[in-house]
Design a protein around this ligand. Structure first.
Ligand SMILES: [Zn+2]
Length: 237
């Protein structure tokens, strides 16, 4: 069950108490992803004329959304984590499929989030942003544009590539929907949860600043055979 429990499904779990020990260094034998250290998780994204590559739903193997989607108008930027450690880059697409399966098993119409960003900085197209997300926690996601970063940021650090892509997607949404970067907040601002984890929560002001400073960002949705090739390349490592 550990791997099928994501942050928005853990309403019964209280937030974790602050740890008195610093985050452990990942074991070198099983972790292939370089992590930014706690002191260097700075947001340095430059997004002038930026493009962010997004794996289309068909590319990562999403199931269709049900007809129970509810329209809304995005008006604020909200950040989540999956609360599950990601240790290898190649598992990004499989994890996207797993999250969607689990969320739909809860009776939700689709993946809860509008975009997923894995630790390689790869973006996955989630629920259409014109439709409200879902949560098992007590806040109302109506109006929230939801980006979920893959990983457990109470236990690991985000990667620079992951932060960069997250900034770009939010910068795209800010222009697309006319949302001010200052609305950026973590899930924990709205509900009793540590999401998106301490290591990301601590840099939300920096991410918001990078979004505000961003130029236009275009989404490069990679679909069809090209998308299949992209995902196959990721999964083959
Ligand atoms: Zn969350």
């Amino acid at each position: 069950m550990i791997n099928s429990t994501t942050d928005d499904t853990t309403v019964a779990n209280p937030p974790r108490p602050p740890s008195s020990t610093p985050p452990s260094i990942a074991p070198s034998t099983s972790v292939e992803i370089p992590e930014t250290s706690p002191t260097t998780a700075a947001v340095t994204t430059t997004t002038s004329n930026a493009v962010v590559v997004v794996a289309c739903r068909d590319a990562w193997g999403a199931s269709p959304a049900s007809t129970a989607l509810v329209e809304h108008t995005p008006g604020q930027l909200t950040l989540h984590h999956t609360a599950v450690r990601q240790t290898t880059l190649s598992e990004g697409p499989a994890r996207a499929r797993r999250h969607q399966r689990f969320h739909q098993s809860l009776g939700w119409p689709d993946l809860a989030y509008h975009f997923l960003v894995d630790r390689a900085g790869m973006a996955y197209q989630g629920r259409d942003a014109r439709f409200r997300g879902d949560t098992g926690t007590e806040y109302d996601p109506t109006g929230h544009f939801l980006v979920c970063m893959e990983g457990d940021f109470d236990a690991q650090q985000p990667t620079s590539a992951q932060i960069d892509t997250t900034v770009r997607i939010f910068a795209w949404a800010a222009r697309e929907f006319g949302i001010d970067a200052s609305t950026l907040a973590g899930h924990g601002n709205y509900a009793v949860t540590s999401c998106p984890g301490a290591a990301v929560t601590n840099i939300i002001p920096d991410i918001a600043e990078a979004i505000a400073d961003s130029g236009p960002v275009a989404l490069d949705l990679v679909c069809g055979p090209e998308g299949a090739d992209l995902v196959a390349a990721i999964e083959s490592g």
